[in-house]
Design a protein around this ligand. Sequence first.
Ligand SMILES: [Zn+2]
Length: 68
Amino acid sequence: MAEFYVEINAQSNGDHVVHKADCAHLPAKETIQYLGAISNCNSALKKAGQLFRQVNGCTHCSVSSHTA
Ligand SMILES: [Zn+2]
């Protein structure tokens, strides 16, 4: 299990990026929403998708769930 967060602010392409808690690129905590302790990136992405219409995995910490 890992703890995941999703960025509240969308990127310029509309993506809300999902990060692991220990990612070096995790933004300030005021701008992220806690998703919970989740077993894998894809499940975290699904959970984030319930909050935001367009989500994507971080290219640094969630490479396996990142889609270009
Ligand atoms: Zn990240």
